[in-house]
Design a protein around this ligand. Sequence first.
Ligand SMILES: CC(=O)N[C@H]1[C@@H](OP(=O)(O)OP(=O)(O)OC[C@H]2O[C@@H](n3ccc(=O)[nH]c3=O)[C@H](O)[C@@H]2O)O[C@H](CO)[C@@H](O)[C@@H]1O[C@H](C)C(=O)N[C@@H](C)C(=O)N[C@H](CCC(=O)O)C(=O)O
Ligand SMILES: Nc1ncnc2c1ncn2[C@@H]1O[C@H](COP(=O)(O)OP(=O)(O)OP(=O)(O)O)[C@@H](O)[C@H]1O
Ligand SMILES: N[C@H](CCC[C@H](N)C(=O)O)C(=O)O
Ligand SMILES: [Mg+2]
Length: 487
Amino acid sequence: MKLLKDILYGVGLTAVSGTTTVMVNSICFDSRKVRLDDVFVAIRGTITDGHQYIEKAINLGARAIVCEELPEQIINGVTYLEVNNCNTALAIMASNFYGNPSKNLKLVGVTGTNGKTTVTSLLYQLFKKAGYKVGLISTIKIMVDNKEYNTSHTTPDALTINEHLGMMSDEGVEFCFMEVSSHGIAQKRTDGLVFEGAVFTNLSHDHLDYHKTFAEYRDTKKKLFDNLSKKAFALTNIDDKNGLVMLQNTKAKKYTYALRTFANYRAQILENQFDGQLLKIDDNELWSKLIGHFNAYNMLSIYATADLLGLEKLETLRLMSELENVDGRFQYYISKEKITAIVDYAHTPDALKNVLETIKSLRTGNENVITVVGCGGDRDRSKRPVMGSIASEMSDKIIFTSDNPRSESPATIIEEMEKGVDPQNTRKILSIENREQAIKTACQLASANDIILVAGKGHETYQETNGVRIDFDDFKIVTNVLKDLNK
Ligand SMILES: CC(=O)N[C@H]1[C@@H](OP(=O)(O)OP(=O)(O)OC[C@H]2O[C@@H](n3ccc(=O)[nH]c3=O)[C@H](O)[C@@H]2O)O[C@H](CO)[C@@H](O)[C@@H]1O[C@H](C)C(=O)N[C@@H](C)C(=O)N[C@H](CCC(=O)O)C(=O)O
Ligand SMILES: Nc1ncnc2c1ncn2[C@@H]1O[C@H](COP(=O)(O)OP(=O)(O)OP(=O)(O)O)[C@@H](O)[C@H]1O
Ligand SMILES: N[C@H](CCC[C@H](N)C(=O)O)C(=O)O
Ligand SMILES: [Mg+2]
């Protein structure tokens, strides 16, 4: 139990009814999960409004209510707190509740359309190798040093974030690397956190269903930098045309990285092969197991971050050469007949283009590239024709299929992807709703030396249709099918 007054420290209250000198059990923003003596925070969401459930929360035992508008009927014995923004209030309360854990460790936030999981996971690996206790909050998992926790979001809700940061702080973790998504920023999941630094990877087309315009999407990401303190560092990729925008209003110390232009941290790709690439960073050569020019950016941002956090440069480079690729990111299998199957989490137009370009740069002869790809349901529809166009332009054979259709019709999503295909490429297209069948067909079509790219789901181990998730693992399926076909 904690004193309500303490949890509210730093929360701007616009009206109070009842006492704040009362003990509460925990904070809850879902009326269905309220327990005796909890504080219920009413959030205005995208589907419904938490204010509608205040009465229900009280019936289940809520001792205090945080809301943006006091209800007409006030119940005796319940404390009501009015605030301007419940999302911000929730984040500050969550941080107070867990003892402001972000102050006890060096927290680095990574934002951008693509590369967040890769960069945070590699930083986690790097700092572990350097001998530190490390935390990770990523799309794939949360790590409290060596202990792994499941996660459902890239940037979880403020309670989940602070609960895990609290565990990290108890465990003596010194550095935590965290993905900061635009949804996370817009919903203030990261408000109240103290960042040691922030890293920008890149900005391209995604989530325009949620953010409406590209400018709004960009400005949402920028807020991570706007809110840094002057002691923090702000590191940005200035080869990206929005890289400098991120630094416009930050108080933090500014640093840049680039492959194509002058910057504080620079790299060059010397050689690119299937099993790795040779990079030159700060006049030192580094062999990286991660390939593709986009991974040269990821490696450079890791090097710069490590330097800004005080790691020794040469030691960092030595450890970086040992880093392994992240699950579902250019994860490949080479079959008996030398058919290469690549599973990659490319679910945005830019990522798909990058992966296909990387594959192209590695081709040694006339190998065919067969791409299996879909687009998520209940997500940005405008990226569907663009991904359809990129896949069909850059592959020899394309199979459009399903990728978490969620509440949408798989056939309609596929039709929207097909709309982006240039008429001269239609002969290359097949559409197979069932993803397993689509992967099998790709394997049947492939002959020796061909390359199969299965894009969009990467590490995911499920396919979600109408709220139901069935087990589904692209990598397992494609490798098993190739083995079964004896190819
Ligand atoms: C669109 C979106 O981001 N939605 C998130 C949001 O839910 P919401 O706004 O839809 O909530 P709502 O259903 O309208 O409910 C409003 C409030 O009423 C409460 N409620 C609701 C019903 C009830 O009976 N009682 C009650 O109290 C809810 O708990 C909520 O607090 O707040 C929820 C709690 O934090 C999130 O779980 C939920 O994520 C959904 C599941 C989601 O799919 N989000 C994705 C798009 C997302 O956040 N993705 C980004 C990564 C994207 C990327 O980088 O590519 C991420 O960081 O994961
Ligand atoms: N620096 C980068 N620039 C462009 N594309 C990248 C970069 N890094 C990775 N990618 C591509 O984007 C895909 C997703 O990478 P990653 O999972 O690291 O991104 P993310 O930002 O975490 O995505 P999400 O928004 O889903 O959390 C990869 O599989 C790869 O195809
Ligand atoms: N973080 C992204 C992941 C998309 C992955 C793709 N497989 C899908 O389900 O759309 C999102 O929530 O939009
Ligand atoms: Mg991610």
